[in-house]
Design a binder for this molecule. Structure first.
Ligand SMILES: [Fe+2]
Length: 252
């Protein structure tokens, strides 16, 4: 079975549409799932949710989704510095104000976690677990420098064994590492990458009885359109440059 996994769209409609076109062109995939954080930072929260609903894509709830759905006091995000923190509060306030009740209901109904069984639920073969952050909370950042012990603890909490795959997003930095035969995959970000590459990122995961294949893909999209729309909205201007740079500015 071959799946496309896309995370952290963050209200970036042109990026999502480009990834959708890329995925539909391939015609070799058995399923497509998102890993949450559909809204925040860009001006198309309702349109992104509509696009995913029309496409028929299901997925899990990111911290931005669950906090917007619950009118929580902040988005549960971590920031690179004080400036980014302040901008993040502005983004969250803007998103809460512009998210229509239908979108909020959609976000609130997303499950915390999805389990896939590529060989079928009647077989004990490999499983694929999808979460936004970790199996415990969608706000915890599972970065590449987390020690093997952390990964194995999370895998144990999720009830995983060798040959299984757990995929997550949240950090906007793609990586993959096998530990004790379990595959840990961060799928990066469609709409707000932080690895210095502005292109929309997603992952194609192939799972069979004895094989796990992971392919990281990047798709060009009309980043100028996204930048223009951010500038024309009341979102912080900095978010436009963030998209072009593929991450935060270098520390002063
Ligand atoms: Fe995110």
């Amino acid at each position: 079975m071959k799946y496309a996994l896309l995370s952290d769209v963050h209200a970036n409609l042109p990026a999502l549409r480009a990834v959708r076109a890329n995925i539909e062109y391939r015609q070799d995939l058995d399923g497509v799932y998102h890993l949450g954080d559909l809204v925040g930072y860009a001006p198309w929260p309702n349109e992104v949710v509509e696009e995913l609903a029309a496409w028929g894509i299901t997925g899990v709830s990111g911290n931005y989704d669950s906090t917007v759905a619950k009118d929580y006091k902040h988005c549960g995000c971590r920031y690179e510095d004080e400036r980014q923190e302040q901008l993040s509060h502005e983004s969250y306030a803007w998103t809460l104000k512009h998210t229509i009740p239908k979108t909020q209901a959609f976000l609130g109904a997303l499950p915390f976690r999805l389990d896939l069984r590529p060989l079928g639920g009647h077989a004990s073969g490999p499983r694929v677990v999808l979460v936004h952050g970790t199996p415990t909370l969608n706000t915890v950042y599972w970065t590449e420098d987390r020690p093997d012990d952390f990964c194995l603890k999370m895998a144990q909490l999720a009830g995983m064994k060798a040959g299984d795959v757990i995929a997550f997003g949240h950090t906007h930095l793609p990586w993959h590492r096998p530990v004790s035969g379990i595959h840990f995959v961060n799928t990066g970000s469609v709409g707000r990458p932080k690895d210095g590459d502005w292109r929309a990122g997603y992952v194609v995961l192939e799972v069979s009885e004895r094989h796990v294949g992971i392919e990281f893909l990047r798709v060009e999209y009309d980043v100028e359109e996204a930048m223009r729309a951010i500038r024309e909205s009341e979102l912080p201007e900095d978010f436009a440059e963030y998209l072009r740079r593929g991450g935060p500015p270098a520390p002063a």
